[in-house]
Design a binder for this molecule. Structure first.
Ligand code: ATP
Ligand code: MG
Length: 292
């Protein structure tokens, strides 16, 4: 295991604080955000990234939840990020999917990352400007909850061209979704749509449907805020287990499940939002690069 050139110490030492022009890392950069914590942003980000990569797109997944990274665990992906020619090297999940997370920079998941604003901003700049992502069709960015340092830095330094808002169905969802939409309007990032996660539970033994967190809040929020509603993802033991075991639901032969169908719907909506009509990658997306 090569530890001599671990990137761990590089971030706090970074000195390039002058405003660099936003860099276009990918043809399309998508942020996944929410007003509330624990609603399923990382689950959606990881599964969306895998789904797009399985369709043949070159995908980067940036875990911008710097102090509570969960992407490495969700993908069961571990390793040391190394530096080559002063560039961070993301970890490959597959031929089509590269991943970068602060989880790869610390020796143990039990170790706390104690960073405040300036260091977080520097880390995000490094993840964007000093990382060898290669040519990407999509960069999916998993954000921490709220509208703090990470979302703002990502919005300013990356200039994403689409955002997915994840919410749960309760009435409070409207309040938090409204804040997310307001943030996105302020920073000029278009909303792809709202996803209502943890929406209803179907008992696997008796088939009874229970709306544990009520239902419809996401759809009502979307209507009220004038943004598209994408889909509902049910509360599903398979999603929870897939997160814990690090096996995304699009993999592992789970294609027929309702949750896998929801992830596919999200991927299709993302492609549709960017005017991509082919479900599977063709050369057309490369031709769009630079048109924007
Ligand atoms: N539809 C679902 N059914 C069952 N479990 C789910 C579902 N969606 C997410 N989970 C589980 O809920 C937990 C929280 O999900 P996740 O980490 O994706 O949320 P988050 O919004 O990223 O949280 P945070 O705000 O802390 O970053 C995880 O254990 C995940 O497996
Ligand atoms: Mg998360």
């Amino acid at each position: 295991m090569a530890t001599s050139n671990r990137a761990e110490t590089k971030i706090p030492l970074m000195t390039h604080h002058d405003a660099a022009p936003p860099k276009m890392l990918a043809t399309h950069s998508i942020i996944v955000m929410s007003g509330k914590g624990g609603v399923g942003k990382s689950t959606v980000s990881a599964n969306l990234a895998v789904a797009l990569s399985l369709k043949g797109y070159a995908v980067g997944l940036l875990d911008a939840d710097l102090t509570s990274p969960s992407i490495p665990r969700l993908l069961s992906l571990f390793g040391n990020v190394e530096c080559q020619d002063n560039q961070l090297m993301p970890i490959s999940y597959s031929e089509k999917l590269k991943v970068l997370s602060t989880g790869f920079l610390i020796p143990s998941s039990d170790r706390a990352i104690v960073w405040r604003g300036g260091v977080k901003m520097a880390a995000i700049r490094q993840f964007i400007n000093e990382t060898n992502w290669g040519a990407l069709d999509f960069l999916v960015v998993d954000l921490p909850p709220g509208t703090g340092d990470e979302p703002l830095s990502i919005a300013q330094d990356l200039r994403p061209d689409g955002a997915l808002i994840v919410t749960t169905p309760q009435a409070v969802a409207l309040v938090s979704s409204r804040k997310s939409v307001d943030f996105l309007r302020k920073v000029g990032v278009p909303v792809i749509g709202i996803i209502e996660n943890m929406s209803g539970y179907e008992c696997p033994t008796c088939g009874t449907h229970v709306d544990i967190f009520q239902s419809g809040g996401g759809e009502r929020s979307a209507k009220e805020l004038g943004v598209p509603f994408i889909c509902r993802i049910p509360l599903d033991i398979a999603i929870c287990e897939s997160g814990d075991s690090g096996k995304p639901i699009g993999e592992n032969g789970a294609q027929a499940s309702c949750s896998a169908e929801s992830i596919n719907t999200i991927a299709r909506n993302v492609l549709h939002f960017y005017g991509i009509t082919e479900d599977v990658r063709t050369e057309s997306i490369t031709k769009q690069r630079g048109d924007k």
